[in-house]
Design a protein around this ligand. Structure first.
Ligand SMILES: *Cc1c(COP(=O)(O)O)cnc(C)c1O
Length: 370
């Protein structure tokens, strides 16, 4: 008997998450110089971290022999002030993925189910399956969430609905009014997880007033992250905003020191670096224009995106070869076959020079594959 055979069937059946290929790995495989490679595969901020966060982290280094403040007092106070919400409604996570998992651990179990959309963020099925619950995947509508169909898919056993807005990898955005209507119609005994990882990249006119909805819907959990517009993906800080009783349950299952001390000071500093977020936002939208213009010039179809990435479609059966050709040219993008989009690739919006290198390399790759 192999001990692995004794692990629950639902654990053994988990498909491992495939992260974007690290620069160092491609450098080893292709014998390339690290500096000749650009990674546009994980929706990271091409500007790097907020400079204020960098300074705060450097100052914190000497303190790392001590455990972090497990209550996250300072970071919660900063978030509380920024969002006008009391600290007891904030749950800190080791990235927002951690918060998604906490929600699953609190509300799901074998026999229960979670509803999410086809082409939605890969972590939803992962955290669902990780606790032995079943996932109900609802067919997408024009690559986005079909909220009516999701509502219909809810069963008496459903405890969680995951909604990514904007969604990754499709970049689709739901209108605030449609989301609000969904919240009004969904049963209050289903937790609605509204994943707003890319919120800071939205123009103000496209942002939902989601935080104000928390007062009306005790079953709403909003998740945000420092990984994207704040440029801190490597230090893993995210947070959830939710009714204080739900927050209390999530805090009970969370590891006491799930957010590290360097991450917390970085997040506080980054939150205050309004100028950096503005710069990230502006760079993203000029870059998005550059990339979409380039894709159109190459006659490549893409899904209009509200995030810091865009997914584009290749001719049937060509995406794998194009991905490989881009790798050989030192450009890492993301294949999204696991999202049931085998003909698409996803590229993160980079610096102007990186976008240009991507478009030039793509043109070469297309020439090779014809
Ligand atoms: C990137 C991303 C996150 C952020 O994950 P972290 O754990 O905070 O780094 C969450 N949701 C979606 C949809 C994402 O694309």
């Amino acid at each position: 008997m192999n001990i692995c055979d004794l692990a629950p069937e639902y654990i053994r059946a988990i498909q491992p998450y495939q992260p974007g290929k690290p620069i160092s790995e491609l450098a080893r495989e292709m014998g390339l110089d690290d500096r000749a490679i650009i990674k546009l595969a994980s929706n990271e901020n091409p500007l790097g971290p907020s400079p204020l966060a960098l300074k705060a982290m450097a100052q914190m280094l000497e303190g790392v022999s001590l455990y972090p403040d497990g209550s996250g007092f300072e970071l919660k106070a900063a978030l509380s002030k920024r969002y006008g919400i009391s600290s007891d409604k904030i749950v800190l996570g080791n990235g927002s993925n951690d918060v998604l998992e906490l929600a699953a651990r609190v509300f799901l179990k074998p026999g229960a189910s979670a509803v999410y959309s086809q082409h939605a963020f890969a972590v939803y099925p992962l955290v669902t399956q990780g606790v032995g619950a079943s996932g109900i995947k609802v067919p997408a509508l024009k690559y986005g969430h079909d909220l009516d169909a999701m509502l219909d898919a809810i069963t008496p056993e459903t405890r969680v609905v995951f909604i990514a807005n904007p969604n990754n990898p499709t970049g689709t955005l739901l209108a605030a009014g449609d989301l609000l209507q969904f919240l009004q119609r969904v049963s209050p005994d289903v937790l609605v997880v509204l994943d707003e990882a890319y919120n800071e990249y939205l123009p103000d006119t496209a942002k939902a007033d989601s935080i104000t909805w928390l007062n009306r819907f005790p079953n709403l959990l909003i998740t945000r992250t420092f990984s994207k517009a704040y440029g801190l993906a490597g230090i893993r800080v995210g947070f959830g905003l939710v009714n204080e009783e739900v927050a209390g349950l999530m805090n009970r299952v969370r590891q006491p020191f799930n957010v590290n001390s360097i991450g917390m000071v970085a997040a506080v500093a980054a939150l205050g670096d309004v100028e950096f977020v503005k710069r990230s936002y502006a760079l993203n939208w000029t870059g998005m224009m550059q990339v979409t213009t380039g894709l159109r010039r190459l006659s490549i179809e893409y899904i209009p995106s509200y995030g810091n990435f865009i997914s584009f479609r290749l001719k049937r059966g060509k995406a794998g070869a194009i991905y490989q050709s881009l790798l050989r040219q030192g450009v890492i993008v993301r294949p999204i076959g696991i999202y049931e989009m085998p003909e698409h690739l996803r590229v993160t919006i980079g610096l102007e020079s990186q976008n240009q290198k991507f478009l030039q390399s793509l043109e070469i790759a297309l020439g090779e594959s014809d």
